[in-house]
Design a protein around this ligand. Structure first.
Ligand SMILES: C[S@@+](CC[C@H](N)C(=O)[O-])C[C@H]1O[C@@H](n2cnc3c(N)ncnc32)[C@H](O)[C@@H]1O
Length: 390
């Protein structure tokens, strides 16, 4: 995680800007005086920098929840803030170099709003979930130039590595997204995807709720796959395979194929590792045999009038409310010069979203981005609306 170890945090004037970076406001955690968030804009990216004291060290780093895919923009924001505030940096893992020319020209990296607004539908579509080193994704894209590949990953260094390869190999049929694939599935239109690859997902034996494969993931996969489209799981974990099989077999009107130690055209980094260790590799593919209803999620993330006084908003701290199909947790509260900011986790239990909401006198809004338009997020939003409406 990019960070600066600093001698002492110093405030600048807000709002202000320097070297193409704007710093709009600062938010103070009301329960942890030393923790603060600084809102930043670099190019089209809006995110927070986090000021924190960890184990006696003052750190200025990127905020995990809002961190953009462009590590370069995070580096730039950190270095520019330190320069603007004249902060003494003790050590840092932020390079001073210029932006990599390859990354500058890359248009393959999209954000979630690109897909939410106008999902590409003009070509055959295949999705790879958790592409890691990208060997399989790159190989497939080069072998099938007429197909559009969407690669989804949550690990930033993997995304940057694959972006470089896309540029070097001049590949034009890959789009990458830095997002939780389980949430992404909920905005894909129905019946348009040809293949979904899930190769060597993390087995999460001790935290099964974090697994990619689940009943809801398969439901969404079925909905977005066209008739005859396939979901391909490849795993070295016998336990994960057995769990997945018992989850897949619950579904009607699907065809399942199972194979063991099948060689495929390209071996991923993980696969090479397991093969060297002579582990078995299991393939489970599900063919969708049924057309699904169109995706129809109605609702908005607008807020009604805000009637809850600040003191009552502060009392929400740590409250958890559960409702049918989801929950909302008021994790942290921050003071702003002209309002308060809430950090929430909300939505469905197995794949919650973490978000910030700013509340000022008589208005509220999500910042810097709206939640994904899913049924459970809309339910959580309705609940939040009622709470803030008073
Ligand atoms: C064990 S690695 C396998 C990588 C690659 N498929 C391969 O075979 O080498 C699993 C990858 O899935 C990614 N991942 C885990 N959960 C994810 C999620 N919910 N959405 C997107 N990617 C995820 C991880 O960051 C990691 O890179």
């Amino acid at each position: 995680m990019p960070h600066l170890h600093i001698e002492e945090f110093k405030e600048i004037e807000f709002p202000s800007s320097k070297d193409g970076v704007s710093f709009d406001f600062i938010a103070d955690n009301i329960n942890h005086k030393e923790e603060r968030l600084i809102s930043v804009k670099v190019e089209d990216d809006e995110f927070f920098l986090l000021v924190k004291n960890e184990e006696g060290r003052n750190l200025l780093k990127s905020d995990k929840l809002t961190r953009p895919a462009s590590t370069y923009n995070v580096h730039k924001a950190l270095a520019t803030y330190a320069k603007a505030a004249n902060i003494n940096v003790i050590s840092s893992n932020v390079p001073q170099n210029q932006k990599n020319i390859h990354l500058q020209e890359i248009t393959a990296l999209k954000d979630i709003s690109y897909f939410a607004q106008n999902f590409p539908k003009d070509r055959e579509i295949r999705i790879e979930v958790g592409f890691g080193s990208g060997r399989h994704l790159l190989h497939q894209a080069l072998s099938n130039p007429e197909v559009l590949f969407i690669g989804i990953e949550i690990h930033h260094p993997s995304i940057e590595q694959v972006l470089k390869q896309i540029k070097i190999k001049n590949i034009e049929n890959i789009l990458l997204l830095s997002y939780d694939a389980r949430l992404f599935m909920e905005l894909v239109p129905s019946n348009i995807v040809d293949k979904i690859y899930v190769h060597f997902p993390v087995p999460w034996d001790k935290k099964p709720h974090r697994r990619v494969i689940s009943t809801t993931f398969i439901e969404e996969a079925r909905r977005i796959l066209r008739v005859g489209g396939t979901l391909e799981l490849r795993t070295d974990s016998e336990n994960y395979y057995a769990y997945s099989y018992s989850t897949f077999i619950e579904f009607d009107r699907t065809t399942l194929h199972i194979s063991k130690n099948k060689d495929i055209a390209v071996s991923s980094k993980y696969e090479d590792r397991w093969k060297k260790m002579q582990k078995n590799i299991y393939d489970l593919s599900m063919i969708n045999d049924e057309e699904s209803l169109e995706l129809n999620i109605e609702g908005s993330f607008d807020f009604l009038d805000i009637n809850l006084f600040k003191d009552n908003i502060l009392k929400l701290h740590k409250e958890v409310h559960k409702f049918d199909g989801g929950f909302i947790h008021f994790e942290r509260i921050y003071m702003l010069e002209d309002g308060v900011m809430l950090r929430l986790s909300m939505g469905s239990f197995d794949k919650p979203e973490h978000l910030y909401v700013i509340v000022k006198e008589d208005m509220a809004f999500y910042y810097p981005a709206l939640p994904l338009k899913s049924k459970s997020n809309l339910c959580a939003h309705q609940f939040l609306n009622k709470v803030l409406h008073g």
